[in-house]
Ligand binder design. Structure first.
Ligand code: C5J
Length: 220
């Protein structure tokens, strides 16, 4: 285990306190008929990263490092869905409506599930989150503290929404955060690029970015 080649400078990897966190790799964001497409997005940007996210997850599993998964979703009675979130935009399907993969972004529905290729295995933590950030209204903070995790390697979607929000929340809480470029996607390539640039600007004001092969080599 070595430092990870990263930007704006090497990431000081510590094996005993690092975890991978995979943000919202759900059918609702990746498959036709889901929430992402209902907002007018081209979901092929998300499907394009699945094989790289899988390589990253398998790399962490192979060396016994923890993998955490998040899912953006709400309770079936919508009690954790503010009207301001449900009514946002002009989607063809709103959160809670019935779509081709069940109720959109509702806990336990088929469309809310993590993509089968990336599904959590026994012992991996899964955090259901009602917000864009994974710390808001979830047990993530206590879970990380209980396991002594202080460094988070990020993957998932979408780069400038749930990934960046969670990274910023984590950064403010004192975690060292690194985003893997090939393992994150936006429906807007220019937003992905802007998010990467923002994160590592000003001496890594929100964290680090690195390439997949450099992460896999360092953890091996
Ligand atoms: C969005 C997410 N984009 N996981 N969710 O609504 O980024």
């Amino acid at each position: 285990m070595a430092d990870i080649k990263a930007l704006p400078f090497s990431f000081p990897l510590r094996r005993e306190s690092v975890a991978l966190i995979v943000i919202d790799m759900q059918r609702d964001f990746a498959e036709p008929g889901g929430f992402g497409e209902s907002l007018g997005n081209d979901v092929s940007y998300v499907t394009a990263i699945v094989s790289d996210v899988k390589r990253l997850i398998e790399g962490f599993r192979a060396v016994g490092l923890p993998v955490i998964h998040t899912q953006e979703c709400h309770r079936p009675d919508l009690s954790d869905l503010p009207p301001a979130k449900r009514n946002r935009g002009t989607p063809t399907l709103r959160i809670g409506d019935v779509g081709p993969m069940g109720r959109i972004l509702i806990s336990g529905e088929p469309g809310t599930a993590i993509l089968p290729e990336l599904a959590p295995i026994d012992g991996e933590i899964v955090i259901e989150k009602p917000g864009k950030g994974a710390f808001y209204a979830t047990p993530l903070g206590e879970t990380l503290k209980a396991r002594g995790i202080e460094q988070l390697v990020f993957a998932g979607v979408t780069t400038e929404v749930c990934v960046q929000t969670t990274m910023r929340e984590a950064n403010d809480r004192g975690y060292e955060c690194l985003l893997v470029e090939e393992a994150t996607a936006s429906y807007f390539p220019e937003f992905k690029q802007a998010a990467l640039d923002m994160i590592r600007a000003q001496g890594g004001i929100v964290g680090w970015t690195a390439h997949l092969d450099d992460v896999l080599e360092a953890i091996d």
